[in-house]
Design a protein. Structure first.
Length: 248
C-alpha cells in the first residue's frame, strides 16, 4: 500500500484500499482502516468475516470532503443541516446529487459496535488457529502456507493451504471430492477474476497471470472461525492427511 500511495502522490488519483478481509489487522504498525496510505478504506461485515453486522460494511477516510460526499451518497444525495433549516424551516432538506439507500440499520450498527470491541480477541484466536495448522503440517514439504511479511500483523479471515498437486500427481478436484466424502467440506478462495465469463469477454484468458494461475491450482482453504477448538483443528488435519495418503 505504501508503494502504491507514493506512486499516486501528486496525481489526480484516489487510492481505495480493499480491506474486506482485513478488519483488525495491522500494516506498518498502524491499524488497517487508518488510511495512512489510502484515501479511503472499505470493509465487509458479511457473516463469515472477522466481525459482522449480519451484512453490509463500512468506509473510513481522513478526508473531510470525501466524508461529506460519502454521507450524501449513503442517503439519496440528501443534505440537511442547521444552516439550510434556519433559512427555510426545520423540515427542510435538499437533494444535491443522485445517491443511494445505503444506510446501515441501527440493529446492525449495535451488533457491529459490540463485535468491534471484541476484535482483538477474535484476532488472537484466529492467529492461534492458523499457527496450529502450520505446526501440524510443518513436516510435509509439499504442503505450505502463505508467508506473512514483517510489516504485517494480520487478523486472518481465511487460511489457505498450498498443496503441490502436480508434484504429488494428484487431481485437485478428486481430492476435494474425497475430502467432502470424509466429512470435510472445504472451499477454494478464490477462482481468479480473469477466468470468470464476464471478464473473459473483455479478452482475459487462462495463462494471462501465471502466478495467480499457479496459486489457484494449489490452494484449498482450511476451516477458520472463532469457535474452532484445538481438538477440531487436530481432527481436520488428521482427516486431511488421511485423505491425502489414500490418493498417493
Amino acid at each position: 500500500m505504501e508503494s502504491i500511495y507514493n506512486l499516486a502522490k501528486g496525481q489526480k488519483i484516489f487510492i481505495v484500499e480493499d480491506a474486506a478481509h482485513a478488519i483488525g489487522s495491522d500494516y506498518q504498525n498502524a491499524k488497517v482502516g487508518s488510511c495512512a496510505y489510502s484515501d479511503m478504506t472499505v470493509f465487509s461485515f458479511h457473516p463469515v468475516k472477522n466481525m459482522t453486522t449480519g451484512e453490509g460494511g463500512a468506509i473510513t477516510t481522513n478526508d473531510e470532503n470525501l466524508y461529506e460526499k460519502l454521507l450524501r451518497l449513503r442517503s439519496h444525495g440528501i443534505v440537511k443541516n442547521p444552516e439550510i433549516a434556519a433559512t427555510n424551516g426545520r423540515w427542510y432538506y435538499e437533494m444535491h446529487s443522485l445517491g443511494f439507500n445505503c444506510r446501515m440499520i441501527d440493529l446492525q450498527a449495535a451488533l457491529g459496535i459490540s463485535q468491534l470491541k471484541r476484535i482483538e480477541r477474535f484476532k488472537e484466536k484466529r492467529r492461534h488457529i492458523v499457527s496450529l495448522y502450520k505446526e501440524l503440517f510443518a513436516k510435509y514439504n509439499r504442503i505450505s502456507f502463505l508467508e506473512e511479511r514483517k510489516y504485517s500483523n494480520a487478523c486472518p479471515h481465511l487460511c489457505p493451504v498450498l498443496i503441490d498437486f502436480k508434484g504429488l500427481k494428484i487431481d485437485k478436484k478428486q481430492f476435494v471430492d474425497n475430502l467432502f466424502n470424509a466429512g470435510l467440506h472445504l472451499h477454494v478462495h478464490y477462482i481468479p477474476v480473469y477466468l470468470h465469463p464476464y471478464y473473459r469477454k473483455f479478452g482475459f484468458s487462462k495463462g494471462d497471470y501465471p502466478n495467480m494461475g499457479k496459486y489457484y491450482l494449489q490452494t484449498i482453504s482450511l476451516p477458520l472461525y472463532y469457535d474452532l477448538s484445538g481438538g477440531d483443528v487436530h481432527y481436520i488435519v488428521e482427516k486431511f492427511l488421511e485423505t491425502l495418503n489414500n490418493v498417493l
